[in-house]
Design a protein around this ligand. Sequence first.
Ligand SMILES: Cc1cc2nc3c(=O)[nH]c(=O)nc-3n(C[C@H](O)[C@H](O)[C@H](O)COP(=O)(O)O)c2cc1C
Length: 182
Amino acid sequence: MRESDDANAFCVPRASFIRAMRMVASSVTVVTTDGPAGRFGATVSAFSSVSADPPTILVCLRAESRIAKAVARNGGLCVNVLPDDRQDIADRFAGLDDHRLADRFFGIDCRGGPGSPPEIDGATVFSGHVEQAVMSGSHRIFICRIRDVRESAARPLAYLDGSYHNVIPRGACGAGPCAGTA
Ligand SMILES: Cc1cc2nc3c(=O)[nH]c(=O)nc-3n(C[C@H](O)[C@H](O)[C@H](O)COP(=O)(O)O)c2cc1C
Protein backbone atom coordinates (compact mmCIF):
# COMPACT_ATOMS: atom_id res chain seq x y z
CA MET A 1 0.00 0.00 0.00
CA ARG A 2 1.35 3.42 -0.95
CA GLU A 3 1.65 6.11 1.72
CA SER A 4 -1.06 8.24 -0.01
CA ASP A 5 -3.52 5.26 -0.04
CA ASP A 6 -2.87 4.83 3.65
CA ALA A 7 -3.50 8.54 4.31
CA ASN A 8 -6.82 8.38 2.42
CA ALA A 9 -8.02 5.18 4.10
CA PHE A 10 -9.98 6.96 6.85
CA CYS A 11 -11.14 9.87 4.69
CA VAL A 12 -14.54 10.73 3.29
CA PRO A 13 -14.65 10.32 -0.53
CA ARG A 14 -13.05 13.30 -2.30
CA ALA A 15 -16.27 14.10 -4.22
CA SER A 16 -18.32 14.27 -1.00
CA PHE A 17 -15.76 16.57 0.56
CA ILE A 18 -15.79 18.92 -2.45
CA ARG A 19 -19.62 18.92 -2.60
CA ALA A 20 -19.87 19.89 1.07
CA MET A 21 -17.15 22.55 0.77
CA ARG A 22 -19.12 24.20 -2.05
CA MET A 23 -21.67 25.19 0.60
CA VAL A 24 -19.06 27.12 2.62
CA ALA A 25 -19.15 30.85 1.78
CA SER A 26 -15.86 32.70 1.58
CA SER A 27 -14.48 36.09 0.65
CA VAL A 28 -12.67 36.30 -2.66
CA THR A 29 -9.11 37.60 -2.36
CA VAL A 30 -6.11 38.09 -4.60
CA VAL A 31 -2.84 37.09 -2.93
CA THR A 32 0.07 39.10 -4.31
CA THR A 33 3.81 38.92 -3.79
CA ASP A 34 6.94 40.63 -5.12
CA GLY A 35 10.66 40.17 -4.53
CA PRO A 36 13.56 38.04 -5.84
CA ALA A 37 11.13 35.50 -7.37
CA GLY A 38 9.23 38.25 -9.18
CA ARG A 39 5.72 39.69 -8.99
CA PHE A 40 2.82 37.24 -8.93
CA GLY A 41 -0.83 37.23 -7.96
CA ALA A 42 -3.58 34.61 -7.75
CA THR A 43 -7.23 34.43 -6.70
CA VAL A 44 -7.56 32.71 -3.33
CA SER A 45 -10.57 31.90 -1.17
CA ALA A 46 -8.67 29.87 1.46
CA PHE A 47 -7.85 32.82 3.71
CA SER A 48 -8.47 33.08 7.44
CA SER A 49 -7.59 35.12 10.47
CA VAL A 50 -5.44 33.09 12.89
CA SER A 51 -4.77 35.42 15.83
CA ALA A 52 -4.97 39.11 16.82
CA ASP A 53 -2.10 38.68 19.35
CA PRO A 54 0.04 39.07 17.33
CA PRO A 55 -1.94 39.88 14.15
CA THR A 56 -1.65 36.70 12.07
CA ILE A 57 -3.45 35.26 9.04
CA LEU A 58 -3.15 32.14 6.90
CA VAL A 59 -3.65 31.33 3.24
CA CYS A 60 -3.62 27.88 1.60
CA LEU A 61 -1.96 27.74 -1.82
CA ARG A 62 -1.59 24.75 -4.14
CA ALA A 63 2.05 23.85 -3.57
CA GLU A 64 2.83 23.49 -7.29
CA SER A 65 1.33 26.89 -8.25
CA ARG A 66 3.51 29.81 -9.29
CA ILE A 67 2.11 31.94 -6.49
CA ALA A 68 3.06 29.40 -3.78
CA LYS A 69 6.59 29.07 -5.11
CA ALA A 70 6.97 32.87 -5.37
CA VAL A 71 5.59 33.53 -1.86
CA ALA A 72 7.96 30.90 -0.43
CA ARG A 73 10.92 32.58 -2.09
CA ASN A 74 9.89 36.23 -1.59
CA GLY A 75 8.94 35.67 2.05
CA GLY A 76 6.09 38.20 1.98
CA LEU A 77 2.56 38.58 0.64
CA CYS A 78 -0.48 40.80 0.56
CA VAL A 79 -4.06 39.50 0.79
CA ASN A 80 -6.39 41.79 -1.19
CA VAL A 81 -10.06 41.22 -0.25
CA LEU A 82 -11.84 42.18 -3.47
CA PRO A 83 -14.81 44.56 -3.53
CA ASP A 84 -18.02 43.07 -4.92
CA ASP A 85 -17.81 44.96 -8.23
CA ARG A 86 -14.44 43.40 -9.18
CA GLN A 87 -15.31 39.89 -10.31
CA ASP A 88 -13.25 40.72 -13.40
CA ILE A 89 -10.11 40.83 -11.22
CA ALA A 90 -11.03 37.52 -9.55
CA ASP A 91 -11.43 35.83 -12.95
CA ARG A 92 -8.23 37.31 -14.29
CA PHE A 93 -6.08 36.23 -11.31
CA ALA A 94 -7.58 32.73 -11.49
CA GLY A 95 -6.59 32.50 -15.18
CA LEU A 96 -10.29 32.38 -16.17
CA ASP A 97 -10.61 35.58 -18.18
CA ASP A 98 -10.72 35.58 -21.99
CA HIS A 99 -7.34 37.24 -22.47
CA ARG A 100 -5.04 35.07 -20.29
CA LEU A 101 -2.69 38.03 -19.97
CA ALA A 102 1.00 37.28 -19.48
CA ASP A 103 0.97 40.05 -16.84
CA ARG A 104 -2.15 39.66 -14.70
CA PHE A 105 -1.50 43.13 -13.21
CA PHE A 106 -1.76 44.90 -16.58
CA GLY A 107 -4.16 47.87 -16.23
CA ILE A 108 -4.97 47.12 -12.55
CA ASP A 109 -4.45 50.11 -10.23
CA CYS A 110 -2.13 49.06 -7.40
CA ARG A 111 -0.09 50.68 -4.65
CA GLY A 112 3.34 49.59 -3.45
CA GLY A 113 6.84 50.05 -4.79
CA PRO A 114 9.08 47.49 -6.48
CA GLY A 115 9.82 44.54 -4.21
CA SER A 116 6.73 44.99 -2.03
CA PRO A 117 3.54 43.00 -2.69
CA PRO A 118 1.03 45.01 -4.76
CA GLU A 119 -2.02 46.40 -2.93
CA ILE A 120 -5.02 46.52 -5.25
CA ASP A 121 -6.97 49.80 -5.16
CA GLY A 122 -10.42 49.42 -3.60
CA ALA A 123 -9.55 46.19 -1.74
CA THR A 124 -9.20 45.67 2.01
CA VAL A 125 -5.56 44.62 2.36
CA PHE A 126 -3.49 42.59 4.82
CA SER A 127 0.22 42.80 4.14
CA GLY A 128 2.96 40.92 5.97
CA HIS A 129 5.76 38.38 6.04
CA VAL A 130 5.70 34.60 6.15
CA GLU A 131 6.24 33.27 9.65
CA GLN A 132 5.70 29.57 8.90
CA ALA A 133 4.94 27.40 5.88
CA VAL A 134 3.38 23.99 6.43
CA MET A 135 2.64 21.32 3.79
CA SER A 136 -0.76 19.61 4.01
CA GLY A 137 -1.83 17.32 1.16
CA SER A 138 -1.56 19.18 -2.16
CA HIS A 139 -1.39 22.62 -0.51
CA ARG A 140 1.06 24.71 1.45
CA ILE A 141 -0.30 26.73 4.35
CA PHE A 142 1.40 30.11 4.73
CA ILE A 143 1.06 31.62 8.20
CA CYS A 144 1.87 35.34 8.07
CA ARG A 145 2.43 38.13 10.57
CA ILE A 146 0.57 41.25 9.45
CA ARG A 147 2.57 44.46 9.29
CA ASP A 148 0.06 46.67 7.52
CA VAL A 149 -3.69 46.79 6.83
CA ARG A 150 -5.85 49.08 4.71
CA GLU A 151 -9.60 49.05 5.05
CA SER A 152 -12.05 49.57 2.22
CA ALA A 153 -15.63 50.74 2.71
CA ALA A 154 -16.70 48.50 -0.18
CA ARG A 155 -18.60 45.28 0.48
CA PRO A 156 -16.54 42.13 -0.19
CA LEU A 157 -17.07 39.81 -3.14
CA ALA A 158 -18.18 36.39 -1.89
CA TYR A 159 -17.93 32.89 -3.40
CA LEU A 160 -20.45 30.14 -2.70
CA ASP A 161 -21.56 26.99 -4.54
CA GLY A 162 -19.36 27.74 -7.54
CA SER A 163 -20.45 31.32 -8.16
CA TYR A 164 -19.82 34.87 -7.02
CA HIS A 165 -22.27 36.64 -4.70
CA ASN A 166 -22.86 40.06 -3.20
CA VAL A 167 -23.14 40.14 0.59
CA ILE A 168 -26.35 41.91 1.55
CA PRO A 169 -27.46 42.44 5.18
CA ARG A 170 -30.54 40.48 6.23
CA GLY A 171 -33.67 42.55 5.74
CA ALA A 172 -32.02 44.90 3.22
CA CYS A 173 -33.74 43.37 0.19
CA GLY A 174 -37.41 44.03 0.97
CA ALA A 175 -39.95 41.29 0.31
CA GLY A 176 -38.80 40.02 -3.10
CA PRO A 177 -35.85 37.80 -3.93
CA CYS A 178 -32.59 39.74 -3.84
CA ALA A 179 -30.73 40.57 -7.01
CA GLY A 180 -26.99 40.47 -6.77
CA THR A 181 -25.86 36.92 -7.48
CA ALA A 182 -23.46 36.93 -10.37
C1 LIG B 1 -13.01 31.68 -6.50
C2 LIG B 1 -11.66 31.02 -6.57
C3 LIG B 1 -10.98 30.69 -5.42
C4 LIG B 1 -9.73 30.08 -5.46
N1 LIG B 1 -9.09 29.78 -4.30
C5 LIG B 1 -7.86 29.22 -4.33
C6 LIG B 1 -7.18 28.93 -3.10
O1 LIG B 1 -7.70 29.17 -2.00
N2 LIG B 1 -5.92 28.40 -3.18
C7 LIG B 1 -5.33 28.12 -4.38
O2 LIG B 1 -4.18 27.61 -4.38
N3 LIG B 1 -5.96 28.36 -5.57
C8 LIG B 1 -7.21 28.91 -5.56
N4 LIG B 1 -7.85 29.19 -6.74
C9 LIG B 1 -7.20 28.83 -8.00
C10 LIG B 1 -6.12 29.85 -8.42
O3 LIG B 1 -6.63 31.18 -8.47
C11 LIG B 1 -5.58 29.52 -9.82
O4 LIG B 1 -5.14 28.18 -9.85
C12 LIG B 1 -4.46 30.45 -10.25
O5 LIG B 1 -4.32 30.38 -11.63
C13 LIG B 1 -3.12 30.09 -9.60
O6 LIG B 1 -2.19 30.94 -10.20
P1 LIG B 1 -0.70 30.48 -10.54
O7 LIG B 1 -0.77 29.07 -11.00
O8 LIG B 1 -0.27 31.43 -11.56
O9 LIG B 1 0.04 30.66 -9.28
C14 LIG B 1 -9.12 29.79 -6.71
C15 LIG B 1 -9.80 30.13 -7.90
C16 LIG B 1 -11.06 30.74 -7.83
C17 LIG B 1 -11.78 31.11 -9.11
